[in-house]
Design a protein around this ligand. Structure first.
Ligand code: ADP
Ligand code: ADP
Ligand code: MG
Length: 447
């Protein structure tokens, strides 16, 4: 087992990993940018090294500096968290060539699956349903038009390297397709350094359902059931839950089995998430595989009782998974709300600043994963998520009631947060009935 791990991340996920390591008896090395210097959560690591100025591109994303910190800290492994370098196959390869284990899949599997178009092709090979769309990349406008006419408008232009809801454009007709291609290509080139595009049919008012998987280096692959992440604003998740409401048991089983098939086909190891959209008829389609731990992983931890971060570390150290598929049981209903420092009254624009007062909810089945405290300054440099409120109850009805009372208890003074919007979502009859799709927020509120 590893003696020391470097956590190549910041904020709530860095803290989440420090905690898991402490419980496993593993020492931790933190990194921080000048903007995060002195942050209280860093004191929960055994050591911490500055890796550069506030901008992520100059610090958390600087592979040479992260590796230097790992060398100085004398670690055996690096946990990348989510975001930043988590899905950078080159970084994973560099880690291993420096004899430092990257806690995640092999760089070959990451490379393959990080390319959304290649992942789509692999899914087809594994007999997993994909969204109707282009066979491979679309090169020019003429080809895109041909595909669009075959599958029918509306179509979604997607960047093969896309992520975090970026590099995606909707087109309703030929004219719009032309500008969608241009915009998606420009955005993807700038954001990901890769302008490859493909086309998918735009599925009207779908639900987003994803399957958590874990695979070790001894040929064992298990799924940990599904999460429903349909409540999104501009393709960014806001509320996640398990089980997925109103998902027929047969569909759920088929999706979980499909996810395991795909992961086996890719020789994938460690934790991963297979994302699907489900249409109004209940048909499901693979959209992508996220080769990392996800923001919403606590939802799965609550309903299965399995600590996913610890499992990732054990698997990376070469241990077999300590449970088989039949040991993974789904118990009760869990729900997560992302608390973002954003102003829902003004288009959810970021609302950085100092937290003047913080009251954290507690009680039966309540978990708050966050690195913030009263006096903490939310910096404008990074993702606006400042915490995740998670509840676990016997039934969905009780989970909603628990989440509502927890959101009401939560007080964060000094800046704007998404709490008020989350409360409206939890109060909405369609949400309570589980009758939502990915357009639910935009149809109901001007955010
Ligand atoms: P999930 O929420 O399902 O874990 P997201 O796609 O929302 O996944 O991404 C999680 C974090 O990673 C977010 O902070 C997001 O901004 C960031 N992220 C996702 N994909 C990329 C990418 N390709 N490049 C940079 N950041 C990304
Ligand atoms: P990212 O890599 O940015 O996470 P995804 O391919 O996972 O991109 O899609 C993000 C979200 O966009 C999905 O959760 C879903 O809401 C929506 N979406 C993606 N593909 C489609 C599609 N073909 N039709 C309708 N909505 C889609
Ligand atoms: Mg996605």
């Amino acid at each position: 087992m590893f003696k020391r791990i470097l956590v190549a991340n910041r904020g709530e996920i860095a803290l989440r990993i420090f905690r898991a390591c402490r419980e496993l008896g593993i020492e931790t090395v933190a990194i921080f940018s000048e903007a995060d210097r002195g942050a209280a959560y860093l004191a929960l690591a055994d050591e911490a090294y500055c890796v550069g100025p506030p901008k992520a591109a100059d610090s958390y994303l600087k592979i040479d500096r992260v590796i230097s910190a790992a060398e100085i800290g004398n670690v055996q492994a690096i946990h990348p968290g989510y975001g930043f370098l988590a899905e950078n196959a080159h970084f994973a390869e560099v880690c291993r060539s420096c004899n430092i284990e990257f806690i995640g899949p092999s760089h070959e599997a990451m490379q393959l699956l990080g390319d959304k178009n290649a992942a789509r092709c692999l899914a087809k090979k594994a007999g997993v349903p994909t969204v109707p769309g282009s066979e491979g990349l679309v090169e020019g406008e003429a080809q895109a038009q041909r595909v669009a006419h075959e599958i029918g408008f509306p179509v979604l232009v997607k960047a093969s390297a896309g992520g975090g809801g970026r590099g995606m454009r909707l087109a309703l007709n030929d004219l719009a397709l032309k500008s969608a291609l241009q915009q998606a290509r420009a955005e993807a080139g700038a954001a990901f350094g890769n302008a490859d595009l493909y086309l998918e049919k735009y599925i009207a008012r779908p639900r987003h359902v994803e399957v958590q998987i874990l695979a070790d280096h001894h040929g064992h692959t298990v799924h940990l059931f599904e999460r429903d992440c349909t409540i999104q604003r501009r393709h960014q998740k806001l509320v996640e839950e398990s089980p997925a409401p109103r998902l027929p048991e047969e569909t759920r089983r088929a999706m979980c089995e499909a996810a395991v098939r795909l992961v086996r086909q890719a020789d994938y190891t460690n934790a991963g998430t297979v994302e699907f959209i489900v249409d109004g008829q209940g048909d499901y389609f693979f959209i992508e595989l996220n080769a990392r731990i996800q923001v919403e992983h606590p939802v799965t931890e609550m309903v299965t009782g399995i600590d996913l971060i610890k499992a990732q570390i054990l698997v990376a150290a070469g241990e077999p998974l300590p449970f088989g598929q039949e040991d993974v049981q789904h118990c009760g209903a869990a729900m997560e709300c992302r608390i973002n420092a954003e102003d829902p009254e003004h288009g959810c624009r970021p609302s950085p600043g100092v937290i003047q007062r913080l009251i954290v909810p507690g009680g039966f089945g309540v978990r708050f994963d966050s690195h913030v405290h009263a006096g903490y300054e939310v910096s404008p440099y990074y993702d606006s998520m400042i915490g995740k409120l998670i509840v676990h109850q016997p039934t969905r009805r009780e989970a909603i009631a628990c989440m509502r009372r927890s959101l009401a208890e939560l007080r964060i003074d000094g800046l704007k947060t998404t709490t008020s919007l989350l409360m409206k979502i939890l109060d909405h009859p369609d949400f309570i009935d589980g009758k939502v799709d990915t357009t639910f927020i935009e149809r109901n509120w001007r955010t």
